[in-house]
Design a protein around this ligand. Structure first.
Ligand SMILES: [Zn+2]
Length: 209
């Protein structure tokens, strides 16, 4: 019995046909770093990477942060070309007892530690086995014992916050450019206008108006 069987229905929507390798990262972790890990596993397994969606798996507050290793989720249909991986936030709000009363302490997110990186790689590796056509877990060795030493010291850091664009500054600079462009145009048009006015005066004189 697959322990993920009951959520298969929800994941079915992400099934993608064809050979398109698509990587969707909905987590706080660096896409580049995650890709390196998944690529290393695919290479090691000698399989063309399927499309992959990585999302933030919810962790019940009462078990964060210690339950990390058991809640990296993976789901893949047998012989499909798509895998879903759920990675919990490294640290959620941690319940800390303060003199009998409990309070929620928010701990900032950290990069995944090496055990967590390995867990993610093992889960992905396990799903690759399904992609290859292995249906039954009794036909596989338990994913927890997969050797992923080939990962070396692969890291999965946090995404760098995007530099927020200064829209007001950008619009101001754009307006200055427009002013400059129209001034140049105005100058050129004035020169041309004067030239044609001179011609008109010249002709009027000739005609004797
Ligand atoms: Zn499985």
């Amino acid at each position: 019995m697959h322990w993920m069987r009951k959520v298969y229905k929800n994941f079915a929507a992400y099934y993608i046909r064809g050979d398109v390798v698509k990587f969707t990262n909905e987590t706080q972790y660096s896409t580049q770093d995650l890709k390196k890990v998944f690529d290393a596993v695919s290479r090691h397994e000698g399989i063309k990477p399927p499309s992959l969606r990585v999302f933030t798996a919810k962790v019940p507050k009462w078990c964060a942060p210690t339950c990390f290793s058991t809640v990296v989720r993976g789901a893949a249909w047998r012989l499909s070309k798509h895998i879903d991986i759920g990675i919990p936030k490294h640290l959620l709000d941690v319940k800390a007892g303060v003199q009998g009363a409990s309070s929620i302490v928010t701990v900032p997110l950290k990069e995944l530690d090496s055990d967590q990186v390995r867990t993610v790689a093992r889960v992905y590796s396990h799903e690759l086995a399904h992609i290859r056509g292995v249906a039954k877990h009794k036909d596989m060795i338990p994913w927890t014992s997969y050797d992923v030493d080939y990962l070396g010291d692969a890291r999965v850091r946090l995404k760098q916050p995007k530099k927020s664009r200064d829209i007001k500054q950008e619009r101001y600079i754009k307006a200055l450019d427009k002013v400059k462009a129209y001034r140049t145009k105005l100058k050129r048009d004035t020169t041309l206008l004067n030239k044609w006015l001179r011609k008109v005066k010249h002709y009027e004189k000739n005609i004797g108006l």
